[in-house]
Design a protein around this ligand. Sequence first.
Ligand code: ZN
Ligand code: ZN
Length: 337
Amino acid sequence: MTSLVTRSLAFAGIVLGGLASVGACSPSASDTSIPEPDPAGSGAEGTSGGTTTSGGLPTPGPVTDAGPGGTTDAQDASFTYGFPTKWIDGTACGTDPTIQTWKYAEGTFILRQSLCTTFEGPFMYLFVGTAKALLVDTGTGGVDLLSEVTKLLAGKFVQLVVAHSHSHGDHVSGDNAFKGQASTTVVGLQTTAVKQFFGITGDGPASFDLGGRVVDVLAIPGHQAAHVAYYDHATRLLLTGDTLYPGRLYIDDWDSYRTSVPRLIAFVDAQRPVSFVLGGHIELPKTGADYAYGVKQHPNEHALQLGDAELRELAAGVNAMGATPKREVHTSFIISP
Ligand SMILES: [Zn+2]
Ligand SMILES: [Zn+2]
């Protein structure tokens, strides 16, 4: 996310190359202290059973081995563990890991940085192919994401590409740990660098082949100029970063945003059926008003996953506003221009 207050800092963060704790939505000084290392390495506690509620992919019944270290003999590429019953939410800082890793499917991981380390509690995603692995976002820094990702890729001889949903500090500040690592490429933060890397021309999508797995990338500026969406054909997951998530959708450039959202609809309508829409944060409880800005505990959090319906609801809301944006509260997101 970002806010009016931090927007200028966001720009500074980009110009300075995404220095840790400089960007927008990045934590205040008190949030940047390096947390205790995670003794367990990672771990979603109590991560039994997927809670998939909708979508076209088959979902297993109760899963007992999902989550970090989970294994499966499933041969079906569409097999998914669904989602954890609960993400680390800042209410158990003494025992929760600094990064919760959830194995959504074979070669598909969702990672959450603990709210105990930053009020942003950003989500990161790892898609693994036979030749490359794509890490989308690196969080606010200050936690050992590199070790976590290295562990997940152990035994897989792949090139790691570190890319981003967009260039705000709360999604790029962990980049430095990856720079200079073997077999690792860190994609730049400027819009031109992002487009060049993925081969995006104009408003059209580009395809990024991970080896046996293709992820399509679409530019969707508005929340931030370098924002892109990722669609993974293997899982049909659509990553929307801070353009759509269960929380306050801040928008830097309304005209770009209201062009990007229908472009995203056209993108999924072009034979990219969506199982789930996954964004960069959760800022809503299951019921009731959004958490206050900056709080580091999210009791009773809303699910991370949204669906195709919420994407279309956003598009309808944005379209109805036309050139005159306004704050509008929806059930699962808040348009906050
Ligand atoms: Zn954000
Ligand atoms: Zn943002």
